[in-house]
Design a binder for this molecule. Structure first.
Ligand SMILES: [Mn+2]
Length: 181
């Protein structure tokens, strides 16, 4: 289902806003921007995720490559960011555009202004914040769909929190990550 979504949204039909991950294009950035876009499309705002990386070199990101088809993904050089409203995900760098409308981030709030929303909380994985906004049980009915989304959320949280390793508590993860896991 997620793959089908990516294949469709990639055509950018009726898309006015993009979610841009951070330039490491780590699993959090990729999975989170994909899920956030998926959720926004679900509430009828066509939104496309953009991988902040070079398409040709992305093969080295094996943990993410394994989850999606690279051909279904849009990379930063595939689009003109300035033509869209931008949501920054897992970073806070407003230099990509002058129409940033939202941000989801889990490190220090630099006090930047976003016209629609800003969700900045110190958690282990930004995907935790996406999981919170998705409210899977309330907003999704299809079991297969929930399963697919939940798996992506769990895999990413496990990587970002070092499998909830005890000596990483309050360093790599907080209770909020575990609650949403
Ligand atoms: Mn992150």
């Amino acid at each position: 289902m997620i793959n089908q979504f990516l294949r469709n949204i990639k055509l950018l039909k009726n898309v006015k806003q993009l979610v841009l991950g951070n330039p490491t294009a780590d699993m959090d950035s990729c999975v989170g921007s994909i899920l956030l876009s998926y959720h926004m499309a679900e509430v009828h705002i066509p939104t496309a995720p953009i991988i902040n990386y070079n398409r040709q070199s992305f093969g080295s990101h094996f943990e993410t490559v394994e989850l999606f088809h690279v051909d279904d993904l849009l990379f930063i050089n595939d689009v003109d960011l300035k033509q869209y409203d931008l949501i920054l995900y897992d970073h806070n760098d407003i230099n990509y555009t002058n129409n940033q409308i939202g941000s989801i981030y889990h490190h220090e709030d630099k006090g930047q202004h976003f016209t629609q929303f800003k969700k900045i909380e110190k958690v282990g994985s930004a995907v935790t914040l996406v999981a919170e906004s998705m409210e899977l049980e309330k907003n999704y009915k299809c079991k297969q769909e929930i399963g697919e989304i939940a798996q992506l959320i769990m895999k990413t949280i496990l990587i970002d929190t070092f499998n909830f390793q005890q000596n990483q508590y309050q360093i790599r993860w907080v209770d909020q990550d575990k609650t949403n896991f």
